[in-house]
Write a protein that binds this ligand. Structure first.
Ligand SMILES: Nc1nc2c(ncn2[C@@H]2O[C@H](COP(=O)(O)OP(=O)(O)OP(=O)(O)O)[C@@H](O)[C@H]2O)c(=O)[nH]1
Ligand SMILES: [Mg+2]
Length: 349
């Protein structure tokens, strides 16, 4: 004889299901009613089950479904409660801060920054300057300083190796690689661009306006790519297709290169995290966030940079070759306090 305990949201319904399951003579050992799970009343019914009694498939499914539903509801309610509790704690802590800091917090959260990070930013300002943060100008000044401390910037002109461009399909890798080649060459750091296409053939000549620093190869394999890279001493930006296997292969072969991840500003947080987990042991040079013009708010990309502890290399704000901006504390400040000033009119809600 074994004792089995089941959970239901209704006692009568539960007993009916169990009687159907184990037969009308089932011995009910114990009943606990009105168990309070976050405003939901549930009950537990324990029954004695003969060893070797097999349950009917249909009924056992109904019992399991019922129990799972109650568990799902309870889990959802608990996680909602925890979120609410966290938000209450944050609001409670904020009450003790001067008004300009509360204003900064609200703005940052409204513009997409994670509320825990926003709280840590304003508390650091408060630790730094205390009651001086009652003056808005002082609070803003120190906000920029804290953002500069929290968000690291990658200076591409300091990278003295090849740059490997990785990231999900269509994130803007090729377009960004072109922009970086132009920008670095203009800054007196000549670099050539090697674009490795895979799949559909494109009219590269027309796309690249005959730029001699730009070369491309189609699906010729990694050997060919490596031989082109080693052909001369010149540093290269190596732009890969979105195919993850090709990207992994290239990162394994080109160990001396620095990886630059290109993600569109709309990429999901888990997608970004998964990419990092795959390449974490390779040399990561930084991140580029593209398509800022397609998003409503941009605070979430700064949250990602802080949580991943990765350096930001640049942002792109459109398809034109000049639509690239270099990160700085002023830009971070604008993103968080002024909103998305690069948003395209057509993309506005
Ligand atoms: N609105 C907007 N579009 C962009 C931006 N950067 C790139 N694009 C567009 O995004 C699309 C994809 O860009 P690509 O550079 O081809 O992307 P990719 O990552 O190289 O794509 P695959 O090589 O196929 O993986 C193109 O239509 C680009 O013009 C940007 O900052 N803003
Ligand atoms: Mg591409």
């Amino acid at each position: 004889m074994r004792i089995k305990t089941y959970v239901f949201d209704d006692l009568k319904k539960g007993i009916d299901i169990l009687k159907k399951e184990y037969g009308p003579d089932t011995i009910i050992i114990d009943v606990k009613e009105n168990i309070n799970y976050n405003n939901n009343k549930i009950c537990e019914i324990s029954v004695a089950v003969e060893d070797g009694v097999e349950q009917m498939d249909f009924d056992s499914k109904a019992v399991r479904r019922q129990a799972e539903k109650v568990r799902d509801d309870v889990t959802r309610q608990i996680s909602e409660k925890i979120k609410q509790l966290e938000s209450d704690i944050i609001m409670d802590r904020l009450k003790s801060y001067p008004l300009p800091l509360r204003y900064i917090f609200d703005k940052m959260v409204k513009n997409g920054l994670d509320s825990r990070i926003a709280l840590s930013v304003v508390s650091e300002i408060y630790i730094e300057i205390g009651e001086l943060s009652n003056q808005s100008s002082k609070a803003s000044f120190f906000l920029k300083d804290i953002l500069e401390k929290k968000i690291k910037i990658s200076d591409l002109t300091e990278i003295n190796s090849h740059i490997l461009i990785l990231g999900p399909p269509g994130s803007g890798k090729t377009q960004t690689a072109k922009k970086l080649e132009m920008m670095l060459t203009a800054l007196g750091r000549p670099i050539s661009l090697l674009t490795y296409y895979h799949g559909k053939k494109r009219d590269v000549k027309q796309e690249f306006d005959g730029n001699e620093n730009i070369e491309s190869l189609y699906g010729d394999g990694m050997e060919k790519l490596c031989s082109l890279i080693d052909r001369d001493e010149r540093k290269k930006i190596i732009d890969l297709p979105g195919n993850l296997e090709i990207q992994k292969d290239a990162a394994n072969r080109l160990k001396d290169s620095k990886i630059l991840f290109v993600f569109s500003a709309g990429s999901r947080d888990e997608k970004i995290k998964n990419y990092f987990d795959l390449f974490i042991d390779k040399g990561i040079g930084g991140i580029v966030f593209t398509k800022l013009d397609e998003e409503e708010t941009l605070g979430h990309i700064l949250s990602n940079l802080i949580l991943l502890e990765q350096k930001i290399c640049c942002f792109t704000t459109g398809t034109d070759i000049s639509d690239i901006i270099m990160p700085s504390k002023e830009i971070f400040y604008k993103i968080l306090l002024e909103g998305n000033r690069w948003k395209r009119e057509e993309a506005r809600l």
